[in-house]
Design a protein around this ligand. Structure first.
Ligand SMILES: [Zn+2]
Length: 138
């Protein structure tokens, strides 16, 4: 697996990714909801990959619910970066990261509109697309 690193602008939140996806061919998913557009976020995830997130100072982060309040968006208050989005299904975490925090060349963004999906459709989509091996150290 290839290892990738990412972080928010100030470094308070950083993460490591293990993936076999060829990033230059991956189209980050740009969500068209108001929240994601405010951060110009576009998401990368690999259901077969691994995601480890480390939070240095948890006083300076914010988690807020969006998308029918099913998902938690992780942002850094210190530098106002959106790191990623996470969902817990009572068993485990799933997650996707904001590709803007990864120093790699991706393919063009793909606009998506999850706000049109029902809660159940969202959940099954996330389980299909997002990292399923997620570790968050806080
Ligand atoms: Zn930060």
């Amino acid at each position: 697996m290839n290892n990738l690193k990412g972080q928010c602008r100030c470094g308070n939140i950083h993460f490591n990714i293990g993936t076999n996806i060829n990033l230059s061919q991956f189209q980050p998913r740009q969500c068209d909801c108001d929240f994601c557009r405010q951060y110009n976020a576009a998401y990368f995830s690999d259901p077969e990959g691994k995601l480890d997130v480390v939070i240095e100072n948890k006083e300076k982060i914010k988690c807020c619910g969006q998308g029918d309040n099913l998902a938690d968006f992780l942002t850094c208050n210190q530098c106002d970066s959106l790191i990623g989005v996470f969902y817990h299904d009572d068993k485990q975490w799933y997650g996707a990261v904001n590709s803007r925090n990864i120093d790699s060349q991706f393919a063009d963004d793909l606009t998506i509109s999850p706000k049109k999906l029902s809660a159940d459709e969202k959940k099954s989509r996330w389980k299909e697309l997002w990292f399923a091996q997620v570790n968050i150290e806080r």
